[in-house]
Design a protein around this ligand. Structure first.
Ligand code: SAH
Ligand code: DHB
Ligand code: MG
Length: 221
């Protein structure tokens, strides 16, 4: 039950099933070389996002929180030829590394990065793209999760799938007295999701190379 064992099982899953391609490994290496924090999804989780984009038949994907583009590349590689992915990143340094990684992965023509706080860039995205998104991955600053969910619903259509990352945090999400703004934001997101008339949802706990965490998965009605 140790974290080391979770990591080794993740390696087994990746070896047998995930087929992480060279551009994804290169992106992680470039991120490390540039000093970016290793907050990317795991390879198994990246493949899950990739499969979800394919399963939903998504043509238009929105991501909040690009970092070095690791999850972006996984999702962009699942898009059809006319697919588009819009990703929002606060840190210009992260966005520069991401742009290089995404271009090197051969999906640059499908990906638009908006640099700035997502609360500032979401209104621009809404103005520029009147067409709703089919699939939305929220993985930016956790205190803003309730705001991001409101925007995600606004930019959705019935049938849109929304995935929210980091909803378990080693079980810290259970603590109603937490003073950590990330936990407070994620707990507020649970309340919003659970009470929202247009959202059907669950959350799945995951263990693996990134520890104990999980995704919330929502369908917009
Ligand atoms: N989705 C990425 C990981 C994202 S890490 C992957 O799995 O590969 C979270 C990212 O959100 C960081 O790059 C951080 O700079 C960015 N971020 C933090 N605050 C933000 C904000 N207000 N708006 C947009 N992005 C933000
Ligand atoms: C952190 C953020 C993430 O999105 C993640 O997947 C893991 C860690 C963090 O802020 O520490
Ligand atoms: Mg995350």
């Amino acid at each position: 039950m140790s974290e080391a064992l979770w990591g080794r099982v993740d390696e087994y899953i990746v070896d047998k099933l995930v087929q992480e391609d060279a551009s994804l490994e290169a992106a992680l290496a470039a991120n490390a070389a540039a000093g970016l924090p290793a907050m990317d999804v795991s390879a198994a989780q990246g493949k899950f996002l990739h499969l979800m984009v394919r399963i939903t038949g998504a043509r238009r994907v929105l991501e909040l929180g690009t970092l070095g583009g690791y999850s972006t590349i996984w999702m962009a590689k699942a898009l059809p030829a006319d697919g588009q992915l819009v990703t929002l990143e606060y840190d210009p340094g992260h966005a520069t590394v991401a742009r290089q990684n995404i271009d090197a992965a051969g999906v640059g023509d499908k990906v638009t990065i908006h640099v700035g706080a997502a609360v500032e860039t979401l209104p621009l995205v809404a103005a520029q793209s009147p067409e709703p998104f089919d699939f939305i991955f929220i993985d930016a600053d956790k205190p803003s999760n309730p705001i991001y969910l409101d925007w995600a619903i606004k930019l959705s259509r019935p049938g849109t799938v929304i995935i929210l990352d980091n909803v378990i945090r080693d079980g810290k999400v259970l603590d109603p007295d937490s003073t950590d703004p990330r936990i407070i934001g994620t707990r507020a997101a649970y309340d919003l999701i659970g009470a929202h008339p247009r959202l059907q949802a669950t959350a799945l706990q995951t263990v693996g190379s990134k520890g104990w965490d999980g995704f919330a998965i929502m369908l917009v009605d």
